[in-house]
Design a protein around this ligand. Structure first.
Ligand SMILES: NS(=O)(=O)c1ccc(S(=O)(=O)c2ccccc2)s1
Ligand SMILES: [Zn+2]
Length: 265
């Protein structure tokens, strides 16, 4: 079976062949975040602001893995996540993006059916579990909250100076499988909105194979602005078959018996 991707031949509708959980799972991601009506997100006044401690990264690899671009700090990064719906402290592992080939599609999560042009995922693993002590072990652990992924929508507007070091690097990893060591320091905190108070949260999965159902999802209401030029830079990244990655987003999955909590009214 050709490795998975987002084309007709190897895209989300085919993933069940290697990952049956794609069709049998009851907590798959992404989902459509509905804000009104029956199955809508329910306000939970107990949900606290999310707390991130992201000292600027000094050493990292920026990689085009053929289905996304990923920023991964070298070992020893001290970035941590806590608060929000979490009861434990999580360690930062990597961030990556999902995008479309026009501004009306690209995000994985949707809000009342609306897609944003892109979505940023900050991947973390539970560093206080007695069952595992590394990211790789966390992923293989079957723990329902082994990972926590923070999702931020991207929308087109002003240029995002904090993300410019990343979007300027995209042309350097145009070819799938290519990677560069990130030059200098990168301040991820500066990319995020100041206040991390308004978000949706629910139990879900990885949105790419192996689609493991081990993720506490936290998707923020407030989008991050990037310029058209910055969006275009993502659309020039190749998928390994000489074509640009034309939409590396999985369609929304059934909610089943899950509920989505909102930290805001
Ligand atoms: N889009 S997403 O945030 O849900 C996501 C998909 C894959 C990852 S992973 O690279 O952490 C990973 C985790 C386990 C196995 C392989 C990769 S994170
Ligand atoms: Zn992702």
């Amino acid at each position: 079976m050709a490795p998975w991707g987002y084309s007709k031949e190897n895209g989300p509708a085919t993933w069940h062949k290697d990952c049956p959980i794609a069709n049998t799972g009851v907590r798959q991601s992404p989902i459509d975040l509905i804000t009104t009506g029956q199955t809508c997100a329910k306000y939970d006044s107990n949900l606290k602001p999310v707390i991130v401690s992201y000292p600027a990264f000094s050493e990292a690899t920026f990689l085009n893995n053929g289905h996304s671009v990923q920023f991964q700090p070298s070992a020893g990064n001290l970035s941590e996540l806590s608060g929000g719906p979490l009861t434990k402290k999580y360690k930062f592992e990597q961030f990556h993006f999902h995008w479309g080939n026009n501004d009306s599609e690209g995000s994985e999560h949707r809000v009342n059916g609306k897609m944003y042009p892109a979505e940023l995922h900050l991947v973390h693993w539970n560093s206080e579990s007695p069952n595992f002590s590394s990211f790789q072990e966390a992923v293989g652990s079957n723990d329902p909250h082994a990972l926590c992924v923070l999702g931020f929508f991207l929308k087109v507007g002003a240029e995002n100076a904090s993300l410019k070091p990343i979007t300027d690097l995209l042309s350097k990893v145009k070819n799938a499988g290519s990677s560069v060591s990130f030059p200098g320091k990168f301040d991820l905190k500066a990319v995020l909105p100041e206040t991390l108070t308004d978000y949706y949260t629910y139990d879900g999965s990885l949105t790419t194979p192996p689609l493991a159902e081990c993720v506490k999802w936290i998707v923020f209401k407030e989008p991050i602005e990037v310029s058209t030029a910055q969006m275009e830079a993502f659309r020039a990244v190749d998928d390994g078959h000489g074509k640009p990655i034309t939409g590396n987003y999985r369609p929304p999955c059934p909610l089943h018996t899950r509920t989505v909590a909102a930290s805001f009214k």
